[in-house]
Design a protein around this ligand. Structure first.
Ligand code: NAP
Length: 213
């Protein structure tokens, strides 16, 4: 796997996988990852930009390379954060279960894995490839925006899938009031995005003329 990971050793490792499209990465994602790291005592958080998200039209999102480079620029000042090319280098759609399998191939039984993503993405988890295996393999941290109710997840998934609710931890992140959609829209409208994403990411977006209609 071409990524800078803490070395597999005899010690058990608790990792967070931060899965998302990151088009672009923003302050809400970074606050989510840092909060998850602290609350769940994660040794490391690995951001994995999705290569070809299974549920999205490739033509409507920025190239994987742009999304990877913006993620790199965003995490550079945090020693606990890394970005992986695992999914963007894959020729296949980015199924989370394949990513998780790859991590267990490397770390085997010494690994505790948390998959961190948006609560809305997790609402659809029963449509994901081999979701039952995924639920066996890791726990989930569902980041929500202010006002998002955990009862939505419970109502939609709870009755049919009580085992899912047990493995999902909800993290309310005020900074998730920012969204990638909001940033893209502001750029298209010629509005400032200052302080919504780290400055190097902002500069990268302008330099590469991303999100301009
Ligand atoms: P999305 O549908 O673009 O996002 C859904 C919501 O979650 C959005 O509000 C989004 O906000 C938020 N979000 C996404 N990633 C986040 C993160 N890491 N932390 C906090 N909030 C986050 O979802 P996506 O980004 O394409 O997919 C999320 C992850 O689920 C990816 O790793 C993807 O590969 C995985 N997934 C797997 C399958 C499968 O295996 N079959 C299917 C679907 C998704 P922003 O737009 O602001 O990010």
């Amino acid at each position: 796997m071409s990524l800078l990971l803490p070395k597999a050793s005899g010690e058990s490792l608790t990792l967070g996988i931060m899965g998302g499209t990151f088009d672009p990465i923003h302050i809400g994602h970074l606050v989510t990852a840092e909060e998850a790291r602290q609350q769940f005592k994660l040794d490391h958080v690995i951001f994995i930009p999705a290569g070809t998200p299974p549920h999205k039209d490739e033509k409507t999102i920025s190239s994987a390379e742009h999304r990877y480079l913006m993620s790199m620029l965003a995490v550079v000042d945090n020693p606990y954060f890394t970005v992986s090319r695992l999914e963007i280098e894959s020729k296949h759609p980015s199924y989370t279960v394949d990513t998780v399998r790859r991590f267990f191939e490397i770390y085997q039984e010494k690994l505790n894995l948390y998959f961190i993503t948006g609560a809305d993405a997790i609402l659809d988890i029963t449509t994901w490839k081999d979701y039952k295996e995924l639920l066996e393999a890791c726990s989930f941290i569902a980041a929500s925006r202010p006002g998002y109710s955990f009862s939505k997840l419970k109502i939609i998934l709870g009755p049919a899938f009580p085992h899912i609710i047990k493995k999902v931890h909800l993290l309310e992140i005020p900074a998730m009031a920012i969204s990638s959609t909001y940033i893209r829209r502001r750029i298209a409208e010629g509005k400032t995005i200052k302080y919504l994403t780290p400055e190097p990411v902002e500069q990268y977006i302008y330099k590469n003329r991303l999100y301009i209609r």
